[in-house]
Design a protein around this ligand. Structure first.
Ligand SMILES: NC(=O)c1ccc[n+]([C@@H]2O[C@H](COP(=O)([O-])OP(=O)(O)OC[C@H]3O[C@@H](n4cnc5c(N)ncnc54)[C@H](O)[C@@H]3O)[C@@H](O)[C@H]2O)c1
Ligand SMILES: [Zn+2]
Length: 360
């Protein structure tokens, strides 16, 4: 059942292992741990469930842990600093290894700490949410939030390995499972119409956590992400396609306070808004907009932004997003279901229409 993919980045290439029961397999960790010191970064929710089996797999090494509070609202400079407190308190040297055990929040914070501690130490991703297994653990983007905008402070720092144990998804709340499906849908929408067909016909299995269906969705998602990252590691071009729905989504997250809307929920609504704008600009058929909305709905995700977020404020928040280049807003839009483009030729009136529209 275990599959291993490779992210092809020359001498920084690394494996993504996907399968059941991988968390406690010592063989997967050892090749990537050079020194003897290992710092596990996790949070209060994940630690009681998965810290002990991970520690057991690292038997014989000097293992410490730092347990962060749980939630997007803690993805801050202050909380991040606790990782350095723990590393320095334990006198960890440059040959130490960080292991991120948890969802995307833990992964982004631990990865960014690994990028900065003593100017960069190795790290391993052990993602335990669907979203982190299909998206955030792969590709080397790490960072934290600023009150003015999401993921505004960060670095590119690739992990040495990604170990995605599909059994950890058994304990994931249903709302978090749906949030992960937003990113899975994203891959189909930007790159792979036949994957999207498959998702359409297997949504019920995915929502009921059929192991085979989940494993297939994770593999295909990681394949697409790995391919895009290998082509454009630092996002000078096509990697930006992975931001479909995200500029809208980040504005929703910032406006509603971190942690109220889940990232995947905001991306679900954001992808519907991107489809809506694509249709207004004449690039996408109205029937395709309905198809996107229906997929997002079937995945258990919202299709509309919060009603209280007005168009002017929405546009302001979108302008803070990193995807704004030379003052011009760049958005990922759909030209078909399964095909996306990056455009900075956004008609402001049509954008405002999308931002103020609330469909029934
Ligand atoms: N770096 C990237 O490329 C990238 C890509 C996408 C998203 N992200 C970031 O990822 C974050 C979202 O990640 P997320 O959706 O994993 O959220 P998360 O890390 O907050 O995890 C969601 C919730 O599930 C809990 N949890 C984790 N694993 C569990 C398990 N196995 N069983 C039960 N509960 C579990 C967590 O404690 C948390 O409460 C956002 O901050 C987003 O910006 C980063
Ligand atoms: Zn995302």
């Amino acid at each position: 059942m275990t599959r291993t993919l490779e992210v092809d980045l020359g001498d920084r290439s690394y494996p993504i292992h996907i399968g059941p029961g991988l968390l406690h397999d010592p063989v997967l960790y050892r090749p990537h741990i050079r020194g003897r010191q290992v710092m596990i970064v996790t949070n209060e929710t994940v630690a009681p469930m998965y810290l002990a089996p991970l520690r057991a797999a690292l038997d014989g090494l000097e293992v410490r842990e730092v347990v962060l509070p749980d939630g997007e609202q803690y993805k801050t400079l202050e909380v991040w600093n606790r990782i350095f407190d723990a590393l320095l308190d334990a006198r960890f040297a440059r040959d130490c290894t960080l292991i991120a055990l948890g969802g995307g929040v833990v992964g982004d914070m631990a990865g960014f700490a690994a990028a900065c501690y003593q100017r960069g130490v190795p790290f391993i991703q052990v993602p335990t949410t669907l979203l982190s297994q299909v998206d955030s653990s792969v590709g080397g983007k790490t960072g934290i939030n600023h009150p003015a905008g999401k993921n505004m402070i960060g670095a590119f720092h690739q992990p040495l390995a990604v170990i995605a144990d599909t059994e950890t998804l058994d304990t994931l709340p249903q709302r978090e499972l749906s949030a992960g499906l937003a990113e899975v849908l994203k891959y189909g929408l930007i790159r792979d119409p036949s994957f999207l067909d498959w998702l359409e016909s297997h949504m019920a299995e995915l929502l009921s956590r059929d192991p085979e269906a989940l494993a297939h969705a994770i593999r295909r998602s990681c394949e697409i992400k790995a391919q895009i990252v290998a082509e454009d590691e630092l996002e000078s071009g096509q990697r930006a396609l992975l931001n479909l729905g995200h500029t809208f989504g980040h504005a929703i997250e910032t406006a509603s306070g971190y942690g109220n809307w889940l990232h995947g929920e905001a991306v679900g609504a954001g992808m519907c808004m991107a489809a809506d704008l694509s249709a207004r600009m004449g690039w996408l058929a109205e029937a395709d907009v309905e198809r996107v909305r229906s997929l997002v709905t079937c995945a258990g995700l919202p299709t509309e932004p919060p009603p209280e977020l007005d168009a002017e404020r929405f546009r302001e928040l979108m302008a803070v997003d990193k995807k704004v280049l030379d003052g011009r807003l760049r958005l990922v839009l759909l030209t078909a279901v399964g095909e996306a483009v990056i455009s900075d030729e956004i008609d402001q009136d049509q954008l405002m229409a999308t931002l103020s529209a609330r469909r029934p």
